[in-house]
Design a protein around this ligand. Structure first.
Ligand code: SF4
Ligand code: SF4
Length: 210
């Protein structure tokens, strides 16, 4: 107990100041295995490479094109078609997994950790769609989750913003369908999985902060 308290004093405040303070950036790809070093014509299983760029809305981070290509580590890559200023004071998020590998869920959960501490920005999670302002959908749209997804959406009150979190939810990836085949998607959050900063940045955009 004593050691734990001393350690926390030593570390000090670890919470990021994002979106204020110095620019934060997502982790680079430096730890990925090099499958195709020197290969001239990288094969991409999801056709995410076009015009010399990696489309983060499709890329599933398989690493087959590395090091010729690397996905962007820009944490501002999300796109929001909404700007709900009424949610500037607070927003409640409900997350639903419709077919993930699990990694998107971990990154979503991470935004509530002390390092990111979304509570300081007025963002919180709820475990019922009835209290939610926004639906965070992760994973490919699997048939068995189509109905639960629809029911969660219908249980919400307006403005019920829908986020497609991760390349699977946005594009359907290798195996499935995109979330947009079941619901109107308001915000796309690229990455596989998206960086926590990218998720927070997307939520802030939907609240009209950008
Ligand atoms: S890492 Fe992404 S862009 Fe590269 S081959 Fe895999 S899916 Fe395609
Ligand atoms: S986008 Fe998310 S769910 Fe899909 S493969 Fe990547 S981490 Fe897994």
């Amino acid at each position: 107990m004593k050691a734990w308290i001393l350690r926390s004093f030593k570390k000090g405040i670890i919470t990021s100041k994002f979106p204020k303070g110095k620019n934060e950036s997502a982790s680079p790809w430096s730890t990925l295995p090099i499958y195709t070093k020197g290969r001239q014509d990288p094969y991409c299983p999801v056709d995410a490479i076009a015009e010399g760029r990696v489309d983060a809305n499709r890329c599933i981070s398989c690493g087959l094109c590395y090091p010729e290509y690397e996905p962007s580590t820009d944490i501002h890559g999300s796109v929001s078609s909404v700007s709900v200023k009424a949610l500037k004071k607070s927003i409640r998020l409900y997350q639903i997994d419709v077919g993930t590998c699990g990694a998107c869920n971990v990154e979503i959960m991470t935004i509530a950790s002390p390092q990111y501490d979304i509570a300081r920005l007025g963002i919180s999670f709820t475990n019922t769609p009835r209290q939610a302002d926004a639906l965070l959908v992760s994973g490919i749209l699997t048939e068995n989750m189509r109905e639960p997804l629809k029911r969660a959406y219908e249980a919400m009150a307006e403005p019920r913003i829908v986020f497609a979190v991760g390349a699977c939810a946005i594009s359907g990836s290798l195996l499935g369908k995109a979330v947009s085949e079941a619901l109107r998607v308001d915000v796309t959050v690229p990455g596989c999985p998206p960086d926590p900063f990218t998720i927070i940045d997307a939520v802030q955009k939907a609240r009209g902060f950008k």
